[in-house]
Design a protein around this ligand. Structure first.
Ligand SMILES: *[C@@H]1O[C@H](CO)[C@@H](O)[C@H](O)[C@H]1NC(C)=O
Ligand SMILES: *[C@@H]1O[C@H](CO)[C@@H](O)[C@H](O)[C@H]1NC(C)=O
Ligand SMILES: *[C@@H]1O[C@H](CO)[C@@H](O)[C@H](O)[C@H]1NC(C)=O
Ligand SMILES: *[C@@H]1O[C@H](CO)[C@@H](O)[C@H](O)[C@H]1NC(C)=O
Length: 239
């Protein structure tokens, strides 16, 4: 009903979108990407498709939490250029063990995160939020995840870093579990990563290096920007 009303009213909303590519080929379009915990839970849930969907999600989250392990990777990113004057492209890079990494072009409001999975970006202002959760204890990580539902800042932890960016490259380093020699032994010739990605809830597997770039206002959807809704709420409830 909401969608139909937006179409009838002609509410048009430009939205930022990202492209995902590996060094050799383009992979996907999307709004949000997760690497680490958010992708491992999806990969596990996909393997248990016979379960009802709610049960499957809880099962996957609990099981992934039980065997929580960080990904060793390097995140390179191009911070968002603010002024026209400094147009030097200055790449930054952080590396280490990360439990969960989100790269979001839109805030992704949902019932589990009423302020959004990435409150620090907008639908259409040409920026992405890079949120990186470094390795920490399971208890601290759960504390962080729980905060998405509430009003406290979920990123206010010493193991979390957030950046406003226009492009990100994610490169896994030593694959977890076994070292490269064993890997070659086990899988024949290649050392291709099998690190899962969660792109808008769809599992993408196989790319070892992924580059994500934002394309400001590339598409137009029917809808209304909820950022601007707050002051409308009161007047709507009178109708
Ligand atoms: C981590 O993973 C969960 C998925 O279970 C996701 O909802 C959350 O936004 C992710 N990102 C960060 C930075 O924790
Ligand atoms: C988009 O909004 C976020 C959050 O307000 C801000 O951090 C970012 O700098 C904005 N991007 C642009 C291009 O203004
Ligand atoms: C991650 O943190 C946990 C808890 O502090 C620790 O036991 C584990 O060894 C760490 N893993 C890595 C790869 O640093
Ligand atoms: C891979 O792991 C080994 C041993 O754990 C470490 O010495 C090496 O620096 C790591 N390589 C990278 C690229 O992190």
């Amino acid at each position: 009903v909401t969608a139909t009303l937006h179409i009838i009213m002609g509410n048009l909303q430009p939205v930022d979108i990202c492209t995902f590519s590996s060094p050799s080929k383009p992979l996907h379009f999307g709004f949000s990407a997760m690497f680490g915990f958010g992708a491992r839970t999806l990969a596990l849930a996909e393997k248990h498709r016979w379960m009802p969907s709610n049960q499957r999600r809880d099962f996957a989250v609990i099981k992934t939490l039980a065997s929580l392990k960080p990904e060793d990777c390097e995140l390179s990113f191009l911070p968002l250029k603010n002024s026209q004057q400094d147009n030097k492209d200055q790449w930054h890079s952080i590396q280490g063990h990360f439990l969960n990494v989100s790269i979001m072009a839109i805030p992704c409001l949902c019932s589990m995160a009423p302020r959004g999975l990435a409150p620090n970006t907008r639908l259409n202002n040409g920026s992405m939020a890079l949120i990186a959760v470094r390795n920490t204890s399971r208890a601290e990580f759960i504390k962080h995840l729980k905060r998405y539902a509430g009003i406290k800042n979920q990123f206010n932890f010493p193991f979390i870093e957030t950046y406003t960016v226009q492009e990100v490259k994610v490169q896994p380093r030593n694959r977890s579990g076994f070292d490269n020699e064993e890997k070659v032994h086990l899988h024949g010739t290649s050392t291709e990563g099998n690190c899962p990605w969660n792109i808008d809830g769809v599992l993408m597997e196989g790319a070892s290096e992924v580059c994500i770039r934002v394309h400001p206002q590339l598409i137009t959807l029917y809808g209304r920007n909820t950022d601007e809704h707050d002051d409308l709420k009161t007047s709507c409830s009178c109708l």
